[in-house]
Each structure stands twice: as C-alpha cells, then as structure tokens.
Design a protein around this ligand. Structure first.
Ligand code: PLP
Length: 364
C-alpha cells in the first residue's frame, strides 16, 4: 500500500525504554493488573478528568461491565444509535437487556436526538451515547434528557478518546464512560485492552469486582463476574503513548481539515461535519458509487475501508430482537455510500493531497 491505514512505528518514541519496562514485567511475572495497570489507571483517570479508571480486557467488555454494574438486565431496554459498531449493541444483549435503536441523522450521522424521546418506554433503563468517528454528541441535550427521564447514561468513547464537549472530556458526562484501546483506535494497545471511567467510588469498586471473576477479596466470590482484567504489558504500552495522545489528535484534526478543504469542493462527495472538538478517529466521506470508488482506491495503493458495510439492524446476530431492518434509512445510507480514507497522525500533508487526487479522479 502507498498510503497505509495505520502507522505503528511512529507511535513509539524511545521504544528501548518501553522494551526495558516490558522485560521487567516478563521477568517479574507481574503480568495481569499489578503495578503497571495501577499506574496507567491513575494516568488515564487524570487524562479524562474522571475520579476513577478501571483497566479492562477490551472496549466491548467495558460496555458489558458498565451495563452490568448499573444493574441493567432482562426486562430492561437500552437505547443506542443504529450506525454504531457491533459491540455497543452486543453489550446490551449480553447483559440480557433489549437493544432499542435510533437512526442517525442525515447530517452529521450521529444519533438523532429528536428521535430518542420517542424510543423511550417505561422499560427504558439506560442510554448508550456513542461518540461516533471521534465526533462529539450534544451532551447538554443528552444529559438534560437522561435526567428528565430518569435514565442511566453510558458513553461509548471507543472512537473518541480525548474528545471534549465544551471543555469537558467525553466519558465523564454519565455514570460510566467506556474506552477501547484496540490497536486500530486513537490510543492503541499492543492487543486488546479497554477501560471504564466513573466518578463514583462505588461503581469503580463494582467494576473491579466484576472484572476479577466477582472476587471481592482472594477466594471470596461475591457475585458472578467476568475474566476481564487488563494485562501489564498493555498498560505499559498505553502509559508510554498517553502523553502524546493530544498531539496525535490535533494532527488528526489538521489532516482531516486538509482533506475537507479540497474534497468539499467536489459536489459528488459528502465530507464529514466537524464540531470544534471532533478528534477524528476516521475520515469518513460519502461517495455515489462507493464499491467502485473503494476498489479503485485500493487498487491504486490507498488503504481505504468501509466502516461498517452491514448495519446493526441487518446483522443476523440480532435477528431474535424486534428490530425492523428497514427503519434506519440513514444507517443504510452510510452502509451503502460511506468510505473511510486513511488518517494517521504520522501522515504528511502530501499523503493527504495524494489520496485526495485519487478520490477526485475516481469520483469525477
Ligand atoms: C472499537 C469499538 C468498540 C469495541 O472495542 P474493542 O476494544 O474492540 O472491544 C465499541 N464501540 C465502538 C463504537 C467501537 O468503535
């Protein structure tokens, strides 16, 4: 590929220092939780300005444990957005609750807040607000809504680590904020990892018990939990990278703005909206003949990708739920016409210009 989707070499400065710390962990056997995880949890909590951060196995587990810790279960409904990644909805189903989808808008492709109210029933227990693509939802409206309707709020920040709403970091607006450090995300571990953040000491303790097989103290299992602890090696990698995250997010934003400056002039493509604190996980645009455009870009060495070609409502995994596949036209529109262009902090301006010229040559 001429322009790659990920640039891992640039994510490590002073990799020798990191390697030494990893060697120490390997030799000490302090491989799960332990000191490195405690250190990263403290650093990450400080970064998002939350009281507590709990290191977990993945972003998916963060969502499952968050709902579980909030007492969401069978008989409850949880509202979320129809164009999210599988994990958000899987988590709802995993705890035995019923997912209720709301379409995204046809403007910013974020959850349509005008439709959320209508999706709330007496059984609705929680709302999962997903900051898709690194864009930020209107948290004034969402916090007012959950307060007035007595709902728990979980934020899925898997694509938006470091994004802010009016100065406040996403993940801190509801009861629990969930983060993924999958290698594809803006803050990437060297494998699976995730975290849940909360302002409540009680919820933090509950999440810690749940991640460790429901053990409150050694050999004392107070409830049925999960095996979802963060590994020390992942914590070391994340701790090493965290100080650079803001600079990376700023660079992502500058590259996205550069994409938009030229692509917006082409009436055939639709460029993404960009609120003031959009950190840009991916650069997603809509093109008329998506599959042909994708094939042409890939053939010319541009590592473009579709996120996500099959929307939630059309996934066989959710066939058992009363989800009308035809009720989410905007999620369908994205699945049909959206394309993600490479966006990495280590890309040069010339890389962007090259991708833009290829996009323009194939979209006409
Ligand atoms: C990546 C992602 C997740 C899941 O995170 P994992 O760490 O891969 O389990 C959840 N929600 C959204 C919106 C994501 O993009």
């Amino acid at each position: 590929m001429l322009v790659h989707r990920y640039g891992f070499p640039d994510q490590f400065d002073d990799i020798d220092a990191l390697s030494r710390k990893i060697s120490e962990v390997l030799l000490s056997g302090d491989c799960i939780l332990g000191k490195p995880v405690e250190r990263f949890e403290a650093a990450f909590a400080a970064y998002v300005e939350a009281e507590h951060a709990v290191g977990l196995n993945s972003g998916t587990d963060a969502l499952v444990l968050a709902l579980h810790a909030l007492g969401v279960g069978p008989g409850d409904e949880v509202v979320t957005v129809a164009n999210t990644f599988h994990s958000t909805v899987l988590a709802i189903a995993r705890v035995g609750a019923t997912p209720v989808l709301v379409d995204c808008t046809d403007g910013d492709f974020m959850m349509d807040l005008d439709r959320v109210e209508a999706a709330i029933t007496p059984r609705t227990k929680a709302l999962i607000a997903v900051h898709m693509f690194g864009e930020v939802l209107d948290m004034d409206r969402i916090t007012a809504l959950v307060r007035s309707r007595g709902l728990k709020l979980v934020e899925d920040c898997a694509q938006a680590v470091g994004a802010r709403w009016k100065g406040r970091t996403v993940g801190t607006f509801g009861e629990i904020g969930c983060f993924s450090f999958h290698p594809s995300k803006n803050l990437a571990a060297a494998g699976d990892a995730g975290a849940a953040v909360t302002g409540s000491a009680e919820l933090a303790e509950r999440l810690r018990v749940l991640r460790g097989l429901g053990q409150q103290t050694q050999n004392h299992h107070v409830e049925l939990g999960y095996s979802s602890r963060m590994d020390s090696v992942q914590a070391l990698v994340l701790d090493h990278k965290l100080p650079r995250l803001n600079a990376w997010n700023r660079r992502r934003r500058a590259l996205a703005d550069r994409y938009t400056a030229t692509l917006a002039k082409n009436p055939a493509v639709r460029v993404p909206t960009a609120g003031p604190d959009h950190v840009f996980h991916m650069y997603q645009l809509l093109v008329p003949d998506r599959d042909a455009t994708l094939a042409a870009l890939r053939a010319s060495g541009i590592d473009a990708v579709v996120r996500y070609p099959v929307p939630i409502a059309r996934q066989p995994a959710f066939a058992a739920y009363a989800i009308d596949a035809d009720a989410y036209p905007n999620a369908d529109l994205l699945a049909r016409n959206a394309l993600c262009l490479p966006l990495r902090p280590d890309m040069s301006d010339e890389d962007v210009d090259l991708v833009v010229s290829r996009v323009l040559s194939v979209t006409g």
